[in-house]
Design a protein around this ligand. Structure first.
Ligand code: PLP
Length: 413
């Protein structure tokens, strides 16, 4: 039943080398992980060296909003993983993405952006204040993207696969289209991670991530990063980063570094687990559609496979079961906790509130994040919750015993 069509991470060895190698090991007296430079400022033996450093506040430790060795180590590793020259870290994914956007547009410019993305509100509600307009397009059609371009379009913003609905864009085609129009391309690559998708190699100018998700990987830090050429990242450092000040704390950088060390290992397992659960759901008669780019039934399967070497474990499914029943099913799940975010150890579920359109069609959209638990246990959990709401699936697979304690907690609510 488990259809495992995840290709092995081709460059697994290379990725592992990057994430485990600290080029500045010697500096830290042999500490096996980079120490956390918690200090805000760095002092100097004399004014000559101080004045010299003051003209390089982004490259030398002077003040921690500017350069901090712990954060810098993380930035170097992230740049290497994405194949970019430079990386700049921020306090959150949103801080990184909005900084990247602000760095390429000015008053009077126009942006083309895919629908269903995280920066939607910023583009729709905030930037118009400064005379910057955005056209939202269905990124599944490169032709629709092309038609949205105007003479003053300066940015194409992508998120592939896109939030909730998992729509995929043909990244190489979109990037070359933008290039032809003289516009920059930014992509949110949080879902695929550098392990499975490398947009810079596909022609994208700036790659952004929420470190909060897979890269942090343990639901205990928030951060973001922008990666690209020095030509594009340096101005972000000088302007948006220094002036808006949304810096990543050294403690958070250290947690992201810890997450990175196991990223390739976790992604391999997460890709497998995600597909196992998605394939199981797809075969249930009362589930209409599973939006997971790795499934053979995924409408854009070809584009997805062309540009990704593996798949994230966040996906959604659609059903016409009554909303109230789906909510009861979700409440009954034991391993899938109810909550936002994703990318950590633990599996998550959200039964979304139907839009007006979905209500008319009777469709309920459920978002699933599959974590690192045993996939058989997760499938059994889904099956027992369906059985509870009167939909037995005869799929209790391998008799995984699920602890009763967290079930009792759930039922108390
Ligand atoms: C969570 C998320 C963001 C926002 O990141 P924060 O760290 O929460 O600011 C952006 N893009 C995607 C795809 C995300 O999942």
């Amino acid at each position: 039943m488990q259809r495992d069509n995840v290709r092995p991470i081709a460059s697994m060895a290379k990725l592992q080398t990057i994430v485990t190698h600290d080029p500045h090991d010697e500096r830290h007296r042999g500490a096996v992980i980079p120490p956390i430079y918690q200090n805000t400022l760095f002092s100097f033996p004399d004014h000559e060296s101080f004045r010299g450093a003051m003209s390089h506040v982004l490259d030398q430790p002077v003040y921690s909003r500017g350069n901090n060795p712990t954060v810098e180590g993380l930035e170097r590793t992230l740049a290497m993983l994405e194949g970019g020259e430079k990386a700049r870290c921020f306090a959150s994914g949103m801080a990184a993405m909005t900084a990247a956007i602000l760095s390429v547009v000015r008053s009077g410019d126009h942006i083309v952006c895919v629908d269903h993305c995280y920066v939607q509100d910023f583009l729709r509600n905030y930037l118009p204040r400064f005379g910057i307009e955005t056209t939202f397009v269905d990124g599944r059609s490169t032709d629709a993207v092309r038609k949205a371009f105007r003479a003053n379009t300066k940015l194409l913003y992508l998120e592939s696969p896109s939030s909730m609905v998992m729509h995929v864009q043909d990244i190489a085609a979109c990037a070359s289209l933008a290039k032809a129009f003289g516009a920059r391309t930014i992509i949110d690559n949080t879902w695929a991670t550098p392990c499975f998708q490398n947009p810079i190699a596909l022609g994208v100018d700036l790659v952004a991530h929420s470190l909060t998700k897979y890269i942090g990987g343990h639901s205990d830090m928030m951060g973001g990063v922008v990666i690209g050429s020095a030509e594009l990242v340096d101005p972000i450092s000088h302007n948006e980063y220094m002036s808006l000040g949304g810096l990543l704390s050294p403690a958070a950088a250290s947690l992201a570094m810890r997450g990175l060390r196991t990223l390739p290992l976790r992604m391999e397992r997460l890709a497998h687990n995600g597909l196992a659960v998605a394939s199981y759901l797809e075969n249930l008669p009362f589930i209409d559609r599973v939006n997971h780019p790795g499934l053979a039934s995924f409408p854009q399967r070809e584009v997805a496979a062309k540009q990704m070497s593996g798949y994230g474990s966040l996906f959604s499914f659609e059903t016409r079961l009554p909303e109230e029943l789906v909510v009861r099913w979700g409440d009954r799940l034991r391993y899938f906790r109810i909550g936002v975010s994703w990318g950590g150890y633990e599996s998550l579920v959200i039964v979304t509130i139907p839009s007006e359109e979905q209500r008319l069609e009777g469709v309920v959209l459920v978002r699933m994040y599959v974590g690192l638990e045993n996939p058989g246990a997760l499938i059994d959990d889904i099956a027992q919750a369906f059985a509870f709401v009167g939909l037995p699936t005869n799929q209790m697979s391998n008799g995984n015993e699920i602890g009763g304690e967290c079930l009792e907690k759930r039922l108390e609510r």
